[in-house]
Design a protein around this ligand. Structure first.
Ligand SMILES: Cc1cc2nc3c(=O)[nH]c(=O)nc-3n(C[C@H](O)[C@H](O)[C@H](O)COP(=O)(O)OP(=O)(O)OC[C@H]3O[C@@H](n4cnc5c(N)ncnc54)[C@H](O)[C@@H]3O)c2cc1C
Length: 473
């Protein structure tokens, strides 16, 4: 059965939204349909949508926010972590990720990673795992993702929140969403869960782990990202010269503030990443432990607590950092930054050893060198940071994108099938985009071959991805 992009199907919406007395709710019972529906328009979701559309699918993205880019736009998260191999010699994440970066560079909204080195202000002076990051402007990312989707013929439904899967036995046949016009049903032949939290897979009955069961369900802390301006790089460098033993920024000054009772955040250093624009920085400092992103009250409390921490951090800059007295708060993120929630169980579960020992399974859909960066992995304020031991990269197999139990569903992004520790490596945006590209391509190929994603010939997928410019060694 072919679906039109906008089919008006009477009855379905009536069935799911019946009994509404309020005249304002009596809107046309529109059912939007596509043959691939991507839930979540973050880095993974956009790449899934564009890849599926370029491979011939009719694609609709359902996004609860008002723009594409997820954490990269709404969450103000940046820069893109490395897309190079461990040696810093070879760019290993290419494909759609690289196309997005180049388009942003063309409009002055990013610096290509080949020009960005570890140990500089663009990398918050970090060295391991931070070579060849990509500084970018969130507004540029919004524009570029809009363009990519429009050009590929991808339809986007904003302000639409996924509520439930439409199940036919073990097969997902669509999703129910909530919109300003009330509930709507979206029918689809393939669904990609790119919600970050695995909302679709979880509700469809796929087994999921919340956080790390080995650590009592602990989840990485949340962070309210924000941007500041009017902080000259020279002022920061002067502080770094004054306290040369502070490998990371402002450690000594933070100790002073703590002793004065003016620092309560469980993070012992300041992580500021220089933006593309001079004197503007992305601040990755706030730290909220114990946030459960799939508990609405916990999430709500975190938004307020995050903004409270922003005020404390701003006061610290003004009072303790020489040369920062005129620093300006430009904006806080429109959503709290969530590093971890559900991990969906797939046909393969990526584990710590796969990452550390540089394994490359034959069905790898992308290569990656991202380090394990487990915030809270060494006590409340400590981070477990592990880089690859053997080789320069590891491969992420297609089977991680194929959830157990449910057919016609793929998963991409932060919630992909991985242990909590392994997810702490592949959760960053370049791998999420690469996963999205693989999931979208797989969805389109599975449609074309009329098979479920589980039965898709992985070798055919790998060869299609290579043809699209994905680097697979
Ligand atoms: C504090 C913090 C710091 C980080 N630092 C970096 C960094 O420096 N560099 C880096 O590369 N990465 C970093 N990351 C990781 C990275 O930003 C995320 O892991 C990545 O964006 C995940 O991509 P995604 O597409 O899976 O999910 P997201 O970016 O979370 O996108 C998911 C999208 O789905 C939508 N959505 C969710 N649920 C629903 C629903 N029910 N219905 C409809 N829409 C829905 C959301 O609105 C969102 O647009 C950081 C993350 C955090 C939180």
């Amino acid at each position: 059965m072919e679906f039109s992009r906008r089919a008006f199907i009477g009855g379905v919406a009536a069935a799911i939204g019946s009994g509404v007395a309020d005249a304002q709710e009596r809107v046309p019972p529109e059912v939007v349909a596509g043959n691939v529906v991507v839930v979540g328009g973050g880095p993974a979701g956009v790449c899934a949508a564009v890849a599926a559309a370029r491979n011939g699918a009719d694609v609709l993205v359902v996004e609860q926010g008002n723009c594409l880019g997820g954490m990269g736009t709404q969450g103000l998260v940046g820069p893109f972590m490395t897309c190079y191999d461990k040696s810093g010699e070879v760019q290993i994440i290419r494909g759609l990720f690289d196309e997005i970066v180049r388009r942003m560079v063309a409009i002055g909204g990013a610096i290509h990673p080949r020009e960005v080195r570890a140990g500089t202000s663009f990398a918050a002076w970090h060295v391991p795992g931070h070579d060849h990051c990509t500084p970018f402007e969130p507004e540029a990312l919004k524009f570029v993702l809009d363009d990519l989707c429009r050009e590929a013929g991808v339809k986007v439904l904003y302000h639409a929140t996924f509520t439930a899967p439409v199940m036919e036995g073990d097969r997902i046949a669509g999703v129910d969403v909530f919109t300003k016009a009330g509930p709507r049903r979206i029918l689809a032949k393939m669904v990609v869960d790119a919600t970050g939290d695995g909302d679709v897979a979880f509700r469809a009955g796929v087994p999921c782990e919340l956080g790390d069961p080995a650590r009592g369900g602990a989840m990485q802390p949340a962070t309210m990202f924000f941007r500041i301006g009017n902080l000259p790089e020279e002022a920061v460098e002067a502080v770094r010269r004054q306290y040369p033993k502070d490998v990371l920024c402002f450690k000594t000054l933070l100790k002073k503030a703590k002793a004065d009772g003016k620092w309560h955040i469980p993070r012992p250093h300041i992580n500021i990443y220089r933006s593309v624009k001079p004197d503007e920085w992305f601040v990755n400092v706030s730290r909220l432990n114990g946030v459960n992103a799939v508990d609405p009250q916990s999430l709500s409390d975190a938004e307020e607590a995050g903004r409270r921490q922003v005020r404390e951090i701003m006061a610290f800059f003004r009072e303790y950092v020489p040369g920062a007295q005129d620093v300006r708060l430009l904006c806080t993120a429109s959503t709290i930054g969530i590093r971890e929630s559900r991990h969906v169980a797939g046909e393969y579960r990526l584990d710590k050893d796969d990452v550390i020992s540089g394994r490359v399974p034959s069905d790898s859909v992308f290569l990656c060198s991202s380090s394990i960066d487990l915030h809270g992995g060494k006590g409340a304020s400590g981070t477990l940071y592990l880089t690859i031991k053997d080789g320069n990269w590891y491969g992420v197999p297609y089977r991680c994108l194929v959830p157990k139990k449910v057919d016609n569903l793929l998963v991409a992004g932060r919630c992909v099938s991985a242990s909590s520790v392994a997810a702490a490596a592949i959760r960053v945006m370049p791998p999420c985009m690469a996963m999205g590209e693989a999931a979208g391509t797989a969805a389109a190929l599975a449609l074309r071959e009329n098979v479920s994603p589980r039965a898709l010939d992985a070798a055919a997928l790998v060869s299609r991805l290579r043809a699209q410019g994905v680097f697979l060694g």
